[in-house]
Design a protein. Structure first.
Length: 204
């Protein structure tokens, strides 16, 4: 597949007219901080290049775009290929955005975003005044271990202690606050042992 056009920081066209939406990430939209930088970074990386597309679970989105992970082969057997989706997160050109059921690289992307935020890469510095504080507040406390991403939420209502796995449809909306006794678990067994019950929004 040859990249023939870069639409924005997370959408490309290959082989002429095939639109591809990079999954697992969300780059700034036109008019938002860091839009042009994200688009230029993706263009510099892949425009005119041969890339490999990797599917997760979903095939296309509501707009008919292919949902794919994009890999840029190095062309050198001694060098690693570039995982484009992860690169954009790691260097602050895009944020993590996973949507069920496509969670294959969730742990990798989470770790890359934590590193980008810690190092103040890209949008995490240049867009600080516009979104950084709000983004951190919206995201809540992040997992200390990128392999432990099951969210243990303590509801202020009648639901009690509920845990959410990454395939729960509302996983992204659940915010964890350590100060309120909420936490992350590595396994469902750990969550259950701690008195948490699986959310009804998760598949069984």
């Amino acid at each position: 597949m040859t990249v023939t056009e870069v639409i924005d920081g997370d959408t490309i066209k290959v082989n002429g007219e095939i639109s591809v939406r990079l999954i697992g990430i969300d780059a700034p939209e036109q008019g938002e901080c860091y839009y042009q930088e994200a688009k230029e970074a993706l263009k510099e990386l892949v425009l005119g290049q041969e890339v490999k597309l990797e599917k997760d679970i979903s095939g296309t989105d509501a707009f008919g775009r292919l949902l794919r992970y994009v890999i840029l082969p190095s062309g050198n057997r001694l060098a690693d290929s570039t995982f484009v989706n992860n690169y954009l997160i790691r260097y602050g050109y895009a944020k993590l955005m996973t949507m069920a059921p496509d969670h294959k690289y969730f742990s990798l992307f989470t770790a890359s975003q934590e590193q980008a935020m810690a190092n103040k890469e890209g949008m995490w510095t240049d867009c600080l005044s516009e979104m950084h504080k709000a983004e951190l507040e919206k995201m809540g406390d992040q997992p200390l271990d990128s392999n432990c991403v099951i969210k243990g939420n303590v509801s202020l209502k009648a639901y009690g202690k509920i845990y959410f796995t990454t395939d729960c449809y509302n996983y992204e909306q659940v915010k964890i606050n350590f100060d309120e006794g909420e936490k992350y678990f590595c396994t469902e067994q750990e969550a259950i042992a701690a008195g948490f019950t699986k959310s009804e929004t998760c598949p069984y």
